[in-house]
Design a protein around this ligand. Structure first.
Ligand SMILES: [Zn+2]
Length: 360
């Protein structure tokens, strides 16, 4: 393949990434997109770069067999999963991996398959067993599932997201859309969960020259106390987003403790979050390495060292709360082990701070 043809594929990957952002199946730097180039190579989005900042030369050419790559940009850490998919499914020319909300939540229920429907047709969505992101074990689990379900172009990766294959980009994106609609229907019909995903903003604030600036002028004293305590106990926090979405509100009313059901929850929020029974408990729950502070019956405060970080935490929390409610109503689910969560949380903080240093 000559350079011009490669350039066209690089451009296509970027335009698909932006399209998937627009339809809400991909946010921030999460998820990744690849295209087969020849029998030995595929092109894939790089690790840790926002989709809006992508340029064609940042898309990385990776060897399907040994994962070696060229150039200064590192391929996505989930390249292993793409490589095995191209190896076991010769019909796949384009792959999208997403952390989309409803399919990811359906993948926390502990089922091997999700039975749903789309356009009046019954469909079965296989779920590849859980393994830590980036590991060979995860790649093996995905490979086995794709081999076993040869006619399925979309699978769920348990407690993580989806992998959607296609003969071209259209087909792969379409598959991701079908999975999302079918899994939303499953959550509505079987788990009785009908919740829109998003952030419903309450009392937000940020620091400006060491002073707390509130988005709304009139904040109740109790809210100011919480903000004050957060900034005091968490020196790196500069932004607080108060999320009062339906899912977060429901959890803040009914739960005592949230254990991670999804990888991104363990990475961005922490290994466990307590929901207080009274006002005093809120302050005890402000801890290092836990980026969400619940208020009883009043949503949760999501913190970060930038507005973007705090918003990412707020989005991941909302998805985590939908998963939590789905598991409660389903009566069972597969939680991540403390060991897995600690490992991911540490790894994420380490690589994320490195990345932040690079961007300075
Ligand atoms: Zn992922």
């Amino acid at each position: 393949m000559d350079q011009n043809e490669l350039l066209e594929i690089r451009k296509e990957i970027i335009s698909v990434a932006r399209e998937m952002q627009d339809i809400g199946l991909i946010v921030r730097t999460w998820g990744n997109i690849s295209s087969r180039v020849d029998k030995d190579h595929f092109l894939i989005t790089p690790s840790g770069i926002r989709y809006e900042d992508l340029t064609p030369e940042m898309i990385v050419l990776v060897n399907i067999h040994d994962l070696s790559y060229e150039g200064e940009y590192k391929p996505s850490s989930e390249s292993k999963v793409h490589a095995v998919a191209y190896r076991v499914r010769k019909d796949a020319e384009f792959i999208v991996h997403t952390h989309q909300v409803y399919a990811s939540c359906a993948g926390t229920l502990g089922h091997k398959k999700i039975y749903s429907y789309f356009d009046d047709e019954d469909i079965v969505i296989p779920v590849a067993p859980y393994a830590l992101p980036g590991t060979q074990k995860l790649a093996d689990n995905v490979a086995r599932t794709l081999k076993k379900y040869k006619d399925n172009n979309g699978i769920i990766m348990a407690n993580h997201g989806t992998l959607c294959l296609g003969a071209d980009s259209r087909e792969a994106v379409r598959e991701a859309e079908i999975l999302e609609a079918a899994c939303n229907d499953y959550l509505i019909d079987v788990c009785k969960i009908d919740m829109t995903h998003g952030v419903e903003v309450g009392y937000n604030s940020h620091l400006e020259d060491g002073q707390i600036v509130y988005d709304i002028a009139d904040n109740p004293e109790r809210v100011k106390m919480i903000h004050n305590q957060i900034y005091t106990k968490r020196p790196n926090v500069t932004h607080i987003i108060h999320n009062k979405s339906e899912a977060v509100m429901t959890v803040s009313r009914r739960a005592n403790h949230m254990k991670p059901l999804l990888d991104d929850f363990a990475q961005l929020i922490g290994v466990g979050v307590k929901i207080p029974n009274n006002e005093d408990e809120i302050y005890h729950n402000i801890k290092k390495n836990v980026n969400v502070i619940f208020a009883q019956n009043d949503g949760a405060y999501c913190v970060g060292s930038s507005e973007e970080d705090a918003m990412a935490v707020a989005m991941v929390l909302d998805k985590g709360c939908i998963a939590y409610m789905a598991v409660m109503r389903n009566g069972e689910g597969h939680y991540l082990s403390l060991f897995e969560c600690l490992k991911m949380n540490r790894h994420y903080r380490k690589s994320y701070s490195k990345l932040a240093d690079l961007n300075k």
